[in-house]
Design a protein around this ligand. Sequence first.
Ligand code: SF4
Length: 248
Amino acid sequence: MSDRARNLLARYLQQRREIGEIEIVFSQDVHEVLSAIAAAPAAPIATPVAATVHPEPSAPAATRSLQVLGETAGKCTACRLAETRSTVVFGEGDPAARVVVVGEAPGAEEDRTGRPFVGRAGKLLDQLLASSGFPRETVYICNVLKCRPPGNRNPQPDEVESCNPFLKGQLQTIGPSAILACGTFPAQTLLGTSQPIGRLRRSSQSYEGIPLIATYHPAALLRNPSWIRPVWADLQRLRQIVDEADVE
Ligand code: SF4
């Protein structure tokens, strides 16, 4: 291949990459493609990039969207919690998860590590999810608030309102088959109700068309081990919803 042809091909590939194409498949003989490119009006040739017909595929769209959302949250100062947090705990897990677990807000351990649902309550949640066929790495876990309220106090309404676009964005991006709302606060926030968790968990609920299972927070289970049985029943309903969605 001549230097001119190589440079033309490099420029062509660079232009296609700049408009967002991640994979270019030539349906014609490459020499025909080069002839067609060569016939195009000459333009100054930018610094050539290495000509790669099959560049590394970029991350899937959901991963990229969550990344951008997470970076925005990482710099967020929209409410007073920005002044007292150590770390923004955006959320983690499979961007294509069939289940999104939503808790209330980061606690001390989460604030320190930047990860949601760690510590004793997190370990219990992991065990319960795994025993229902949802190992932690297959779900997505986040909280209503991304920053820790000082002293683990209850979130304030204006803090929830400020932070809501992040949770909404996470749920819209992932589009799970079901949501598991762990605890009174996330259940009431997502459902826009003040009904008690005991009543919410016994009825069919949904958030913007996505089935929602309300259940007790794992930290509450550590204080009330007798609640493990009802939580187990809630997780079986979650399993059933996801299995049915898989069949459809
Ligand atoms: S809690 Fe949410 S809204 Fe408030 S500073 Fe943190 S990320 Fe921003």
